[in-house]
Design a protein around this ligand. Structure first.
Ligand SMILES: [Zn+2]
Length: 358
């Protein structure tokens, strides 16, 4: 890509394609910044010129973004600019993210689109002459989410863009991009990130020990978003496991006051997290029963969970496994129906005390 710039053969429509979470958007941004840097270095932009400074804040007047957006009471006919402040903040802070996380940022559980009205915006922006740069760059994140009528209106622009315009299409799934768009852009296949780089980033940024980081990197298979999710889940799983062990120990020992403390602490957690905890517990009850009846090939436990379960599994047996499972499911559905979490949890604790003795 650097060579392309230095040899003056920058294609005006390029599609950076590859799996989710491998940094294609970051690469597109770095490329755009390099294009407009006034003091290009051999292997990167200078990072300090006035163009670079604006690029790093994502506020360069000749840098434009298009991305999927969602309808909301405030934005009934949304275009990318409706959410540009959120977008700039998200890209700068998060750097690596997927579509689901972006919708999460917009606090939407609905699916979004690059809506039809976006094409007007694009045409308007590209018809303005460049403010200060050599190249005007339009980054389209996830062209596969573009409404077909928006895509159709873009075809002419993609074919004959105004002088100095570069389209960078960033796609997780190029095969779902409209064929006419595909055929008008140069395809750049972006490889997955290599495991060593992911593992190093996990060590540097998350203070994870090197062996664990290597294992996570392997599981993430080249996606930094996947690696981050594995880290998040592993923290979450450790938290759930710890609280499950506490619950079972105190219920077995009938330590009512400790159980009340346990309920108070759990009650301070967000409801979604509590529901996840109950799902986790349900799974662990099931795994322990399997262990008890020696169906060991069914086990999906971390080493720590397995260690605990070796001692705990005799207490989960034919006499209580069904009822225990039911109690956890019941607590889950009562939470879903917006019951009082503290009462639901206290009730669960009392049932567990009784059931563990069976
Ligand atoms: Zn620069």
């Amino acid at each position: 890509m650097i060579r392309m710039v230095n040899e003056g053969r920058v294609s005006h429509a390029q599609m950076l394609a590859g799996p989710e979470g491998i940094g294609k958007l970051n690469l597109a941004l770095a490329f755009a910044q390099y294009l407009n840097c006034s003091d290009r270095q051999e292997d990167d932009s200078c990072g300090v010129c006035s163009s670079c400074t604006k690029y790093e804040k994502l506020v360069h007047p000749d840098l434009h973004f298009v991305f999927p957006v969602v309808k909301s009471p405030k934005h009934k006919n949304p275009v990318s600019d409706s959410y540009i402040a959120e977008w700039r903040q998200f890209v700068r802070e998060k750097k690596y993210f997927n579509l689901r996380q972006w919708y999460g940022k917009l606090e939407s559980d609905k699916q979004g689109l690059i809506y039809s009205q976006e094409s007007q915006e694009i045409i308007k922006k590209l018809s303005l002459k460049t403010f200060e740069a050599e190249f005007k760059v339009m980054i389209i994140w996830l062209p596969e989410k573009m409404h077909v009528s928006a895509a159709n209106k873009l075809l002419k622009l993609l074919e004959e863009p105004p002088q100095g315009t570069v389209f960078l299409l960033v796609s997780d799934d190029p095969s779902s991009v409209l064929g006419t768009i595909q055929s008008r852009s140069q395809l750049l296949k972006i490889p997955r990130i290599d495991g060593a780089a992911i593992s190093k980033a996990l060590v540097d940024e998350y203070s994870i020990d090197a062996t664990e980081a290597e294992r996570f990197a392997k599981l993430a298979s080249g996606s930094f978003v996947a690696a981050q999710e594995i880290v998040d889940q592993s923290d979450e799983r450790a938290f759930f496991f710890d609280r499950f062990v506490n619950l079972m120990r105190q219920a077995y020992a009938r330590k009512l006051f400790d159980l009340i403390d346990w309920c108070d602490e759990m009650n301070s957690q967000p409801k979604e997290r509590l529901k996840n905890f109950l799902e986790f517990s349900l799974r662990l009850v099931r795994e322990n029963f399997m262990m008890n009846i020696q169906e060991e090939e069914l086990l999906y436990l971390t080493p720590e969970e397995e260690n605990f379960s070796t001692r705990f599994s005799p207490f989960i047996n034919d006499n209580n496994v069904l009822e225990l499972s039911e109690e956890f499911s019941l607590a889950h559905s009562h939470l879903e129906q917006n019951g009082n979490a503290r009462i639901i949890l206290m009730d669960l604790c009392l049932k567990v005390i009784i059931l563990l003795k069976q």
